[in-house]
Design a protein around this ligand. Structure first.
Ligand code: HEM
Length: 363
């Protein structure tokens, strides 16, 4: 009986050991190999990689080999999501925060230096039409929707650091949920506004030689004596705002749509394929997840750039310059305002002082 039990036990032990041997590979053969490779990762036939390098590569998404169809399975740790999150909440947020703060400091310093830019010759009491009703409607559609999108977007980016400690988690959560929901829909109003502005003001914003002269002296904005450089309906500074809105508005709208419909719209694979013409070697086989990550980064970057530039625009359109707000409010501006700030435009309207002819402006 004992003999029989012993035999069964011996067979069971052999099977178990054989199985373990088979599963784990050659234990006895590996051990000396491991010793000879002085701590290198077992299985690395060349033995030229130490443990920390090996695991660092794995941690950063190095791919091994798999025989199944889904090659993504060869990546043990996909860290692109974490890298993306760290960049978005780290470098990008700081850059945007400092950029916005820097712009506010510059504007405050400029206001302290220059004060409100006045109409030197005083108001004449006679006005001229600057913007028709439809132009003003288009501007305010864009402006109001942009401000809402900016506030709700910035809340998603910075709200947890700024608002949450003040409002508490519940109120902040409710506001952010509502903000995110409206952000998606107000985006469409912004897109309509941007397209209208682009079309309505395109011909007034084509750069010409007057802009070079205006830019060379920064429109006289640094002079305290009210120096004015000849300009048509829009000066070079305003044309820059227009083209920023043109490219920034289109770019932010397209990435916004891609974020709303990630499976329908992929922007970056195609864009990268085009850019690779210049030898950049960018990846062109992006997954939906990578497309979405890039769309959100670009969307946020462009949004921050637009917000920073709009601080300057809003400053000049309100407290920075006497008479500017009227043009977008009532549509009319004082004739002296037109003569001082847009002398060539005033000439075109036949109300100019004749001081700056088109010839002088470099035509
Ligand atoms: C929310 C506050 C805003 C205020 C108070 C404001 C004010 C003004 C004013 C007064 C003008 C006319 C300037 C002139 O007569 O020469 C103007 C023009 C313009 N605005 Fe705005 N604006 C605002 C926001 C925006 C936004 C958010 C955008 C676009 C995203 C925008 C785009 C433009 C463009 C393209 C022009 C024509 C070029 C220029 O004057 O710079 N504005 N704005």
């Amino acid at each position: 009986m004992i003999n029989r039990s012993f035999r069964v036990l011996a067979v069971a032990l052999l099977v178990a050991l054989g199985g373990a041997w088979g599963l784990s590979g050659s234990i006895t053969l590996d051990a000396p190999a491991y010793a000879q490779s002085s701590g290198n990762v077992p299985g690395d036939v060349l033995g030229n990689k130490n443990d920390s390098d090996f695991w660092r590569d794995v941690r950063h998404g190095a791919a091994g080999k798999v025989t199944i169809t889904d090659q993504n399975a060869a990546v043990m740790i996909n860290s692109s999501g974490e890298d993306w999150r760290l960049f978005k909440n780290g470098a990008l947020s700081s850059l945007g925060g400092w950029g916005m703060l820097g712009m506010l400091v510059v504007l405050a310093a400029y206001f302290a230096y220059r004060g409100k830019i006045k109409v030197e010759s005083g108001m004449s009491g006679k006005t001229v039409v600057r913007f028709a009703l439809f132009e003003r409607f288009s501007h305010w559609l864009t402006a109001i929707s942009f401000v809402w999108l900016g506030l709700t977007g910035l809340n998603v980016m910075y709200g947890r650091y700024v608002l949450k400690p003040i409002l508490g988690a519940d109120a902040f959560g409710a506001i952010t949920y509502f903000g995110k929901f409206t952000h998606d829909w107000v985006g469409f109003a912004f897109m309509v506004g941007v397209v209208l502005l682009i079309v309505l003001w395109f011909k007034n914003n084509i750069p010409d030689s007057t802009d070079v002269k205006w830019m060379a002296r920064l429109g006289g904005m640094l002079s305290k004596t009210g120096q004015h450089i000849p300009a048509r309906k829009f000066n070079a500074g305003q044309k820059i705002v227009y083209w920023v809105v043109f490219f920034g508005g289109i770019s932010i709208s397209l990435t916004g749509l891609a974020l709303l419909m990630p499976y329908e719209i992929s922007l970056f694979s195609g864009t990268f394929a085009f850019l690779n013409v210049f030898g950049l070697g960018l990846p062109t086989d992006l997954t939906v997840l990578q497309e979405t990550q890039l769309a959100l980064l670009w969307h946020s970057l462009v949004a921050l750039g637009l917000v920073i530039i709009m601080f300057g625009h809003i400053y000049l359109g309100t407290i920075g310059m006497e008479g500017a707000f009227d043009s977008m409010y009532s549509g009319d501006v004082d004739e002296n305002w037109a003569r001082e700030h847009h002398s060539l435009w005033a000439d075109e309207l036949g109300i100019g002082s004749g001081e700056h002819t088109s010839e002088q402006a470099g035509e």
